[in-house]
Design a protein. Structure first.
Length: 316
């Protein structure tokens, strides 16, 4: 074990110097201890270990005891694990059945990461999919961001300089499932009127690059379920698909885009205020769509997946 304890006064290198000064240079033990700021007892300890095991004795030994008489036998741990997984019993039920202390069973389950009921369910595999063409499916979502009048702690690392409470603004986003081409706007709220206008602007932006939208996926938020919002979709012949309740991963592409946007735009620069942050969004979106490599599409920018003939046709 070569890593010394974090509070250790000596390292294997220092211990070798202590031994060298004591044995080869015949330095008095008291002077040797004073040189390295340690006790005479420590000097004698490392000399004894060197005489017993040579240079190997100067390495740091494990602090774990040689024996753990109170440690639970492996068979008992395996039995607790089996009862928890197969019978779905609680720690209290297992403790009563085996005649063990409740705290002991709880500690074992915590070490096994079986202390929560959710840990008993098998992890659902991530189902990745991609629609075959631009416009086959758009994902839409909203992210709230706090307004501010000076840089906050996430960019200054100083929590003592709190900004005055200024409320929130909403970043409405839309991303194409196939190409990952994105559209986003910072708007004052998430009311149905605001959200519907964003939808109309987003559809116009996609038409501007030659993409006709066929489906739109959103969560079950009130604005997305409103008659006004759905009237636009019906008029445009777009099928509205809702995510399953309490399952944000269903709209995973929107969620991942928001994470990237927050990391690379919202908190990447110490903006003077939220107004300067909003102004920077357009440039970042253009960079994301036209230049930034996207790992899920072969490290190419989203615009590379928009057919050139569609772009030319829309510009004509």
């Amino acid at each position: 074990m070569n890593n010394p304890h974090k509070n250790a006064r000596t390292t294997p290198h220092i211990r070798a110097l202590i031994v060298d000064r004591a044995l080869r240079k015949q330095q008095p033990v008291r002077d040797n201890a004073s040189t390295f700021g340690i006790s005479t007892h420590t000097v004698y300890k490392w000399l004894a270990r060197y005489r017993e095991a040579g240079e190997a004795g100067l390495e740091s030994a494990s602090s774990r005891p040689h024996a753990s008489p109170r440690q639970m036998p492996k068979q008992w741990i395996e039995l607790i694990q089996k009862m928890r997984l197969t019978l779905k019993w609680t720690a209290k039920q297992i403790a009563q059945a085996l005649g063990l202390a409740y705290s002991t069973v709880t500690a074992v389950l915590r070490r096994l990461k079986l202390n929560r009921a959710s840990h008993l369910e098998p992890v659902q595999p991530v189902q990745r999919y991609e629609h075959p063409a631009p416009g086959d499916m758009l994902h839409m979502d909203i992210k709230k961001l706090p307004r501010f009048d000076r840089p906050g702690h996430r960019v200054t690392n100083n929590r003592r300089q709190n900004t005055r409470g200024a409320g929130y603004e909403c970043v409405h986003i839309c991303i194409d499932d196939h190409s990952r081409w994105a559209f986003a706007r910072v708007l004052p709220d998430e009311q149905q009127g605001t959200t519907t206008r964003f939808l109309e602007n987003a559809l116009a932006a996609y038409r501007g690059i030659g993409v006709e939208v066929k489906r739109l996926m959103t969560d079950n938020g009130p604005a997305y379920r409103s008659r006004r919002f759905n009237a636009v979709l019906q008029r445009e012949g777009i099928k509205h698909v809702y995510t399953r309740p309490y399952t944000p991963r269903t709209n995973g592409k929107a969620e991942r885009f928001i994470q990237t946007m927050i990391r690379e735009w919202a908190y990447a620069v110490p903006y003077v205020n939220d107004i300067s942050r909003t102004r920077a969004l357009t440039d970042w979106i253009n960079h994301y769509n036209k230049q930034r490599p996207h790992g899920s599409i072969g490290n190419l920018p989203p615009m590379s997946r928009i057919p050139k003939e569609a772009v030319i046709k829309s510009a004509a």
